[in-house]
Design a binder for this molecule. Structure first.
Ligand code: ZN
Length: 104
């Protein structure tokens, strides 16, 4: 955190995120709310410019690993079922399609 009162992204406290400030200095402009500064090596306290990369917020927030099919256990027979990553039923709830096909 850097103390920069009056900076556009400084809140009431006057502090801003150092990595965002460094990227702004590097680019010579202010960052937008849609831009995220990502630490390449995952170390949040390594604020060298080489470790910083500018990302789009939507891109940064999407986590590809969560888009793989999930495996849930059927509460009826204990069988493992693959469900899409965005399936609406939560773990432990009955997968209705499977119930219809196998348990009726
Ligand atoms: Zn089952």
């Amino acid at each position: 955190m850097l103390y920069k009162p009056g900076h556009s992204t400084a809140g009431k406290t006057g502090y801003i995120m150092e990595h965002r400030y460094l990227m702004e200095q590097h680019l010579g402009r202010l960052l937008t709310a849609q831009e995220v500064v990502h630490h390449k090596n995952g170390k949040k306290d390594d604020n060298t410019i080489k470790n910083l990369v500018l990302c789009d917020k939507a891109q940064h927030d999407s986590r590809p690993k969560e888009r793989k099919p999930r495996v849930i256990k059927c509460p009826h027979c204990g069988e493992n079922l693959m469900v899409p990553w965005n399936a609406r039923y939560a773990e432990g709830r009955r997968p209705s399609k499977h119930i219809r096909q196998r348990h009726v």
